[in-house]
Design a protein. Structure first.
Length: 106
């Protein structure tokens, strides 16, 4: 039996990429690591094939030991300060989902 992990999936439409990368994107990666997460995908210039809500979305997927770890990160005072750095510079959808790694026995 394989271990279930939690994945945080973020789809974003970034209006001010420079502000995003100069602020939020510099501060958050160390926090993700501090709270036990790791990035498994980062990409820009996506394309919705169905039900798209923006042009050229960016996507980010981080992996967490469990949902509780992802919530500790999301609800931490450190992240509460960091998320202020992305206010007004984009629109984001964020979800958590639990899954065994693809290809692992169930």
């Amino acid at each position: 039996m394989s271990e279930t992990r939690c994945y945080m999936i973020v789809i974003g439409e970034i209006h001010d990429r420079q502000a995003f990368f100069d602020g939020y994107a510099k501060v958050v990666p160390p926090l993700v690591e501090q709270f036990g997460g790791r990035y498994v995908l980062k990409g820009a210039g996506g394309e919705f094939l169905e039900n798209g809500w923006c042009n050229s979305p960016s996507a980010l997927v981080s992996e967490w030991p469990d949902r509780a770890a992802a919530h500790r990160f999301w609800n931490s005072p450190e992240y509460a300060e960091a998320i202020k750095l992305r206010e007004g510079i984009g629109n984001f959808q964020v979800m958590l989902i639990d899954s065994a790694p693809i290809g692992s026995p169930t």
